[in-house]
Every structure is written in C-alpha cells, then in structure tokens.
Design a protein around this ligand. Structure first.
Ligand SMILES: [Zn+2]
Length: 392
C-alpha cells in the first residue's frame, strides 16, 4: 500500500508542478498567493513545488508585490531561457531548423534545400545533425538544457514508434527515426506537419476559441490536423485528416497516391502554381510573379477564381464532416492570404444551407509560416508543460 501511495503522491506532485508552470508561462509573473487561488491548491503546496521549479531553473523569485494585508507576497517569474528545443520542418523543397526557447522565441534559425533527387533520407538527417551541433556551439548551450528535437513531416506518422509511414510527394515509405537517435544527444520526436501546426495553434496562442479546430496546411499537398477540445484526433490507424486525398473530381487528375481527382491536385499551392505556369507557358514563374505582378489581368483572376472554388468545395466537405468551431489555413499558401481570404470565406458560405459565417470561423493561421516548425519545437516541450499526451 505504501508504495502505491507514494506513486500517487509523486503523480500529484508532477501534475501540480506542470499546472504551476503552465499558469506562470501564460502570465509571466504571479505571486504564490495568486497561484494558490487560481489553481485551488494550498499555499504550502505552492511553496514546496515552486521551490523545486526554482531549483530546476524554470522559475525565479522576482521581488514582492504590494500587500493586501499581512506579509508582502513573493512574485514568481517564468524563465523562458531555462530550456531550449529544436524544431525541424521538412517540406519537399526545404528543411528549416529553429532553436526556440520556452516562449517560442526563435534563438537561431537556418535552412537548406532538399536535393533534387532524394536518394537516402540519412543524408538529410546528417545535415540536420551538423547544423544542430553548429547552433549548440555557437550559442554555447549545455546539452542538459535542450529538451529534444522535433520533426514536422509531410506525411503519415506513427509518433509513438518514431515511424514516418508514407510521404507520396517525396516517394518515401517506412522511415524509422529510431535509427537516427544516435545522431543526436537528446530525444527525437516526430509529427505530421498539419498536426504539428494544429498543436502550435492550440498551445502557443492559448485561447479557448482555438480549443476545437481543423488546421489545413496547404503547401506541396494538403494536410489537415484535427483538434477536438484541446486533443489532437488521429483516428484508429493514425490516418485521420487525409482530406488532401478526398476525391473532388471524379476521374480527375492522377495523384501520387494512386487515386484520381484528389483535392490537393486542385487546391494545393503547387496546383495553383502549375495552372499559372501552363496558362502562361512560363515554367520558371513563381506565384509571386503571377499574383503580385498583374492584379488586374483577367486570365490571372480567372485562374485564381477557379482555384478558390476548389479550395472552398473541400472546406465545405470538412465542415460537413467535422462541424469544427474554427478552420485555420496555413502552410506556404499563407503568403497569399490577401489574395484568398475574403473570396474564400464568401464562397464557402454562399448558398450554404447548413452553415453561415457565424457558425464556423475560417481564418488564416496567426503563426503564419511558423506554425509547423513551432509545432515541431513544441513536441519535446510536452514533458514540461502537458498534463497528458493530448492525443485521442
Ligand atoms: Zn491522392
């Protein structure tokens, strides 16, 4: 019995410490009395737990507040530089690496291009490892201050077994990240790009409004991350949210996944770019060239209009399937928000007998193009902040 009891006490102690850390993280500074009131735990419990958090380096005492009667209360301050985390975002074209502190301030970042023909994923990991070592040396960070390295990956992921299962757009299958553990002196974490982005939106921009959301990441393909009441929904086979491969055109264009007419062939950033390149016979043109150069060109407008139609059709289907409170759009398409947002919202709700604008918010990600890489950096921080693993 005594053993069971001690395990319980240990669990409660860890939970209380996480609750205190979460609260001070949100508020930056609080007195011990305020913590006690907000969390409904006793002052002695706050004192003993905060003492340990100070010893671990997460908090410091920062003076005293004005007394409301009795002793002046001690102020506790959150120390964002007490731990660090690496976030790595892998897309078809680029690998981006950030070193973030606990406040998600980017201490350093760098990126490199993916090789034209990817022969071996080992090469990418070696390059990430070299860059990570360079950053650690440059900033002289002790290894015990680094919580880990998280990877945001553009495919289906079994995060518990560190397995990247399938990335049709990179023609990669069954890559075990367990084998890469020897390349780093701290733990590796992996997550699907859209789920990582959804995590970041829910946690970093802590806000009740975002406790239920679908994050639609639009880049080379389209991925979606589903958060229900602060829990990421992954499904029985961990494949939930593959809306990029729902059929939007029967017998349509052929997809890398083997099916025809998938949504991402019509509504990804790549799809929009290839429409423009074909229409203008300019295979090197970028979306910036097409969109930002010729605002009043009818051909440019008409291609954009058709693209937004497809985007809206898919979003309507997602709303019908999941009835989310919020839809957030991110990924590389984020740079073109000004060309898309207003028209997209109009098209989703036009002649829509099921929903109107007050029943589902459609917005672009507030983290912009950082959502996935912040989500990756957040993965190692779960051990510090999260009360449970938030995956259902
Ligand atoms: Zn497909």
């Amino acid at each position: 019995m005594s053993r069971l009891k001690s395990v319980d006490q240990e669990t409660i102690r860890v939970l209380n410490q996480k609750k205190i850390l979460n609260l001070i993280y949100r508020n930056n500074t609080l007195t011990k009395q305020e913590i006690s009131q907000k969390l409904n735990i006793s002052i002695p419990t706050v004192i003993s737990n905060s003492k340990e958090l100070i010893e671990q380096g997460f908090l410091e005492e920062a003076g005293v507040a004005e007394s409301t009667g009795g002793r002046k209360p001690t102020i506790l301050k959150f120390l964002p530089y007490s731990r660090y985390s690496f976030g790595v975002c892998v897309t078809k074209d680029k690998v981006r690496i950030i070193l973030a502190n606990l406040n998600f301030e980017i201490v350093h970042e760098m990126d490199f291009n993916m090789p034209e023909k990817l022969k071996d994923f080992n090469d990418i990991i070696c390059k990430v490892s070299e860059n990570v070592e360079y950053i650690i040396n440059k900033f002289n960070i002790p290894y015990d201050r680094i919580l880990g390295i998280g990877f945001s990956l553009p495919g289906t992921v079994d995060e518990k077994n560190l397995l990247l299962k399938n990335v049709p757009n990179l023609k990669l299958k069954n890559i075990s990240f367990k084998e890469f553990q020897t390349c780093f002196k701290f733990p590796i974490f992996i997550e699907n790009e859209a789920n990582a982005s959804a995590y970041a939106e829910t946690f970093i921009n802590f806000n009740d409004i975002k406790s239920s959301l679908v994050f639609i990441s639009i880049t080379e393909g389209i991925g979606t991350g589903i958060v229900i009441e602060n829990n990421v929904y992954k499904g029985f086979n961990k494949r939930a949210g593959e809306f990029g491969h729902m059929t939007i055109v029967k017998d349509g264009k052929k997809c890398n996944c083997g099916k025809k007419g998938c949504w991402e062939l019509y509504a990804s950033k790549k799809a929009l770019l290839s429409e423009y390149r074909n229409a203008f016979d300019d295979m090197n043109g970028t979306l910036d060239d097409f969109l930002k150069r010729s605002k009043n060109d009818l051909k440019i407008k008409s291609i954009l209009d058709i693209y937004i139609d497809f985007l809206a059709e898919g979003i309507k289907n997602i709303i019908l399937a999941l009835d989310p409170k919020n839809i957030l759009i991110g990924g590389e398409i984020f740079s073109y928000k000004d060309f898309l947002e207003e028209e997209l919202i109009k098209k989703v709700f036009k002649d829509n007998s099921f929903y109107d604008e007050t029943q589902c918010n459609i917005m672009f990600s507030s983290l912009g193009e950082n959502a996935a890489v912040f989500g990756a950096a957040l993965l190692p921080m779960e051990s510090v902040f999260f009360l449970n693993d938030n995956v259902i």
